[in-house]
Design a protein around this ligand. Structure first.
Ligand code: FES
Length: 346
């Protein structure tokens, strides 16, 4: 017997696991319901009120917070729903920056999708629009920019920082029409407890949080992060032989769709002109390229001239646990010293 629950959405039979929200059940079945504050990685909060649906025998309800039930009959669109959504959307975007063409999120923006589905009335927007966008850009962080003129107060960044990163460095601040997402003391984000992981940037549905450096990749390749020994799954974007982007593999068993600052923003070294791409040894005072055999023979010869604590081993966090074990064994048993360190202890 199937554990799935069957309901009807817009006349179509839909099946979903118990506990699934009506919104997710609809989206998974290819039925679009406008939404901005819902994200599959986060607990639903029902802030934006765009995902309203009608359920037979009940009042309109937000579908992101309503779990599926056997036999429910759901409508995603009606004259009443469309009107409520339109008003809700207008309130959300009344002071939104219109400059979509130059926005990094252009064509990937959830707000554009919602707006084209719901439709907005330019005239009614203009009536209540502030004469000027007045939030200064926060460019303090070297990896991402915050533009509160594009924020729709969905709270996805706040919940991401709290639920996923466990940092809790941003929250809703001020009240009423002055509400915005801010850090403690409304300072630049670099002066907060933010660890620049970029998890909020990856989930922001609009252009409020965007990477400082962004180029649309020509193609993407799934691989493993080259930094520490964790082995996080990343999807690297390339263009013209250069690495231009990095994002987490959704659902990867190691990192579960998350990345740290290095894996997300730190792959610039791959194409850096100063990067060493060949072995170098010093000959007659000059660094010259060498083959592995020659370089290893030189190192082995030189190790003979160090005794005990004249020697120290420093291991890389890119090493596996097994590599690190061998390095400490070599230092202790062969070189006779406890001078061992590892950058991953920082
Ligand atoms: Fe349901 Fe925002 S997606 S209220």
């Amino acid at each position: 017997m199937s554990d799935l629950i069957t309901l009807t959405i817009d006349g179509r039979p839909v099946q979903a696991a118990p506990g699934t929200s009506i919104l997710r059940a609809a989206l998974d079945s290819g039925i679009y319901i406008p939404h901005l504050c819902d994200h599959p990685d986060l607990e639903p909060v029902g802030i934006c009120r765009l995902c309203l649906v009608e359920i037979e025998g009940r009042r309109p309800t937000v579908s992101c917070k309503t779990p599926v039930e056997e036999g429910l009959v759901v409508r995603t669109s009606s004259a009443d729903l469309d009107l409520i959504r339109k008003v809700n959307l207008e309130l959300l975007i009344v002071n939104h920056d219109y400059n979509c063409q130059s926005c990094v999120k252009n064509s990937k923006c959830q707000l554009q999708k919602v707006t084209s589905y719901v439709g907005v009335d330019e005239k009614s927007l203009r009536r209540v629009r502030k004469p000027e966008l007045d939030h200064p850009l926060d460019t303090s962080n070297p990896f991402f920019t915050r533009d509160m003129n594009k924020c729709v107060l969905c709270g996805i960044c706040v919940r991401t920082c709290d639920e996923i990163q466990g940092d809790g460095c941003i929250d809703f601040a001020f009240r009423g029409t002055r509400t915005k997402i801010s850090v403690l003391g409304d300072k630049p984000i670099l002066e907060s407890a933010c660890v620049s992981c970029g998890e909020c940037v990856a989930r922001c549905p609009v252009g409020a949080l965007v990477p400082v450096k962004f180029e649309e990749p020509a193609y993407e390749v799934e691989t493993v992060c080259p930094y520490c020994g964790c082995g996080c799954g990343i999807i690297v974007g390339a263009r013209g032989g250069r690495v231009v982007s990095s994002r987490a593999v959704p659902g990867n068993q190691v990192n579960r769709g998350s990345l740290c600052v290095k894996g997300r923003f730190g792959l610039g070294y791959v194409n850096h002109p100063g990067r060493l791409t060949a072995l170098l040894i010093r000959k007659d005072g000059e660094l010259v390229e060498a083959a592995w055999d020659e370089a290893l023979a030189l190192v082995a010869e030189k190790l003979n001239s160090y005794k005990g604590d004249q020697f120290a081993a420093i291991a890389s966090a890119k090493c596996t646990s097994e590599d690190s074990y061998v390095i400490q064994k070599f230092a202790r048993a062969v070189m006779g010293t406890n001078n061992i360190d590892h950058c991953a202890r920082l």
